[in-house]
Design a protein around this ligand. Structure first.
Ligand code: HAM
Length: 437
């Protein structure tokens, strides 16, 4: 057995999400679901494992994600598989596979899923992380690009963190004008490769656009003197982009234009955008997206325009914690049921079950501990009320209800316990669940 497996710890870069963090996850999921439903989006989940091809073709085999960060391996039947590093390529694969072009267009999806990237773990950067995102497939209209950004903006606002970010927007044009720009960049960087960082030396040939947003100083200096995309942008792309900006202004979404923004995935065309932390810039962007009109065709479908965005849930939560957003304490336990003896325990279990049905969070009726240590335990669970069922109480068909804060106790008939507790709990705290609600 290897040292790592003996210690039985999480894999590097992968984290347990403990209950306290889950309260934030729940809040984020609810905000996303609520806003997405308002805008007519439906939820989709694609598998964690896809054939590697989906991402190699979709995200692009010259991108950092595919070159360095994908968990790719051979299955037992020697098929190359990857754990999804992002959501968009899998969703477009699903769009094609399920013939969604015959559904009413555009098809609008949202998702909240774990994703996997073999990145160097650090704060805000994990190997298993979660994204929420939305995709609109089957329509090309600048109003949709602006609406997607507006939806993102509203969710950040709902979560109390919108002021921490600056929306950066750019256009990378149609594939045709981008191609002539890429040719111009290749010519420009030809012969200058030795002044570029190792990554950009590779990019110079395969993906020169990415050199523009490299963080290395030497690459930045060279990039600042490179041909400008503005000179290659065709009129249609320029007009489309200006319309996106005008619609953002109409919607009251503040933005800054950033001519260097190109995004790290190959499938984009026209609009690209990222939400940057005002204090950290491009490092740890909280979310980003753009238009990807060529992806469907690239994955074997018909040409189908689309646009989307995704956010890192862990990063969103870290920002919420920094500004002290308090998620509601939905996991609070209201009642502990303490009992002595088997007969009392039977009664206690029935009371617990009835309390649960009444929407009251309650636990107890376990073990053989003394009444004293059961009360101590009740204290640790920080309950408001403890129901005490000793052997004598049960014989007399009564129970003691103890107010844990004041220490005051009252005795009531066993038949009235559940009703009595219901009357004591704040109506806002009652957690009734109806199937189909
Ligand atoms: P992305 O920019 O690669 O875009 O990722 C979106 C967000 O996921 C990032 O802004 C970041 O918050 C989060 N994220 C990425 N990698 C990590 C990591 N290793 N640890 C923690 N968080 C991370 C996409 O994935 C595109 N699919 C977005 C999109 C949707 N474009 C069109 N539709």
């Amino acid at each position: 057995m290897s040292e790592e497996s003996k210690k039985l710890q999480t894999v590097r870069g992968m984290r347990d999400i403990l209950p306290e963090e889950h309260e934030y996850f729940t809040l984020v999921k609810k905000a996303v679901r609520h806003r997405c439903r308002q805008a007519g989006f439906k939820r989709i989940t694609t598998p964690t494992l896809e054939y590697a091809d989906v991402f190699e073709r979709g995200v692009g085999d010259a991108t950092d994600i595919v070159e360095k960060e994908m968990y790719t391996f051979e299955s037992r039947s020697a098929k190359r598989m990857s754990m999804k590093p992002e959501g968009t390529a899998g969703i477009v694969r699903a769009y094609i596979e399920h013939g969604m072009s015959s559904w009413s267009q555009p098809v609008q999806f949202y998702y909240i899923e774990p994703h996997f990237r073999y990145d160097r773990p650090q704060k805000g950067r994990y190997r298993q992380f979660h994204q929420f995102g939305f995709e609109v497939i089957g329509a090309r209209d600048f109003s949709i690009d602006a609406q997607i950004i507006n939806l993102s903006y509203k969710i950040l606002k709902d979560l109390g963190i919108v002021d921490r970010f600056e929306l950066q927007v750019n256009t990378i044009g149609t594939p045709e004008c981008r191609k002539s720009y890429e040719d111009a960049l290749q010519n420009y960087f030809f012969g200058k490769e030795r002044s570029l960082c190792e990554d950009c030396q590779r990019r110079a040939e395969k993906n020169p656009l990415r050199i523009l947003d490299c963080k290395q100083e030497d690459c930045q200096i060279l990039a600042s003197m490179a041909p400008k995309f503005d000179d290659y942008l065709d009129d249609e792309s320029r007009e489309y982009y200006q319309n996106v900006l005008a619609f953002l202004t109409e919607l009251g979404v503040p933005y800054v234009e950033n001519k260097k923004l190109v995004r790290g995935l190959d499938y984009y065309s026209d609009t690209v955008f990222e939400f940057w932390d005002k204090t950290q810039g491009a490092q740890n962007a909280i979310g980003g997206g753009g238009r990807y009109d060529g992806l469907c065709e690239l994955l074997g479908g018909q040409a189908t325009p689309a646009v989307g965005v995704a956010f890192g849930v862990e990063r969103v939560i870290a920002h919420m914690q920094e500004v002290n957003v308090e998620p509601p304490k939905k996991d609070k336990v209201h009642v502990y049921v303490a009992c002595l003896g088997d007969f009392a325990k039977k009664k206690a279990v029935k009371i617990l079950s009835d309390l649960h049905d009444a929407g009251i969070h309650a636990l107890g009726a376990m073990g053989k501990a003394s009444m004293r240590s059961q009360l101590k335990n009740a204290d640790k669970f920080d309950v408001d009320w403890t129901i005490i069922l000793g052997e004598i109480e049960v014989k007399e068909n009564i129970a003691i209800i103890r107010n844990m804060e004041r220490g005051a106790q009252e005795t009531i008939s066993l038949d009235d316990v559940v009703e009595n507790i219901i009357s004591k709990i704040d109506k806002k705290e009652i957690d009734r669940y109806e199937v189909g609600e």
